[in-house]
Design a protein around this ligand. Structure first.
Ligand code: APR
Length: 228
């Protein structure tokens, strides 16, 4: 089976009612990254940071996958499909996608503030000061904050090296190392971009300048038609 690798960002969840980061009504208009999304911020004001992610978790648990998430599941009829997402929601999994790698963490998990490998499932539960991991350390969100290492970048780069087709959906490609993944995709592998904005990408790419709710279906239909 040929491999389709898909890189998604906040835009694919926008039509599910989850705010993006850098659009005009995005989260980084309302909050400063330095206040809520760095380890320093967490040391300075842990309650503010925990509350920020508790609010994100509430938002996600109200949301349902949209047509963009659902269309990607159809690709599994014909392809070996790997999704690499920058999103911390679980809407790809809820839609039924089988292989989802989270680059920036997951809201449904927490981990020990002392041991990065001690990860616990929390589902929709909030994290409060005083909530402890099994090792007795404070629980923190299982989120990759700015300035922290991205442990899943190596497996993601390997997936991109093996891609026969590559699709980018709903990301401003502002945040590295995620934005650099496209450069691991072989030059001979066709690429698509679905985004209502003209996102600058320095390689040949088929552009579908639409929202995910309509644009993803066009790319999926094209991929499913190929080789018929
Ligand atoms: N369908 C598809 N794309 C959309 C839609 C939609 N309905 N609505 C908005 N978009 C696009 C925007 O045009 C933009 O290009 O989604 C993109 C969102 O970009 P960002 O807000 O920058 O989100 P993202 O690229 O995922 O951010 C990367 O930054 O703050 C961090 O950790 C956070 O994972 C996040 C990372």
């Amino acid at each position: 089976m040929k491999k389709v690798v898909i890189l998604t960002g906040a835009g694919i969840s926008a039509e599910s009612g989850i705010k993006t980061f850098r659009d005009s009504d995005g989260l980084w208009e309302e909050y400063r990254v330095e206040d809520v999304a760095t380890y320093d911020a967490y040391l300075r004001n842990p309650k503010l940071v925990l509350d920020f992610y508790n609010a994100r978790r509430r938002e996600v648990f109200k949301a349902k996958p949209n047509e963009g998430h659902r269309q990607l599941v159809r690709l599994e009829e014909k392809y070996d499909v790997q999704i690499i997402t920058q999103n911390i929601d679980n809407l790809h999994e809820q839609a039924g996608s089988s292989h989802v790698l989270h680059l920036h963490g997951e809201l449904t998990k927490a981990r020990s503030d002392r041991d990065d490998n001690l990860i616990v499932e929390i589902g929709d539960k909030e994290i409060h000061l005083g909530d402890k991991a099994p090792d007795g350390a404070q629980l923190r969100p299982h989120i990759v904050w700015f300035g922290e290492a991205v442990p899943n970048i190596e497996p993601a780069a390997k997936m991109c090296e093996d891609a026969d087709y590559f699709v980018v959906i709903g990301t401003s490609m502002n945040v590295y190392p995620a934005a650099g993944l496209i450069h691991y995709v072989p030059r001979t592998s066709p690429c698509w971009l679905v985004d209502p904005k003209a996102v600058p990408i320095s390689r040949a790419i088929n552009i579908v300048q639409e929202k995910a709710g309509t644009g993803v279906k066009k790319v999926v239909d094209e991929l499913l038609q190929m080789g018929k």
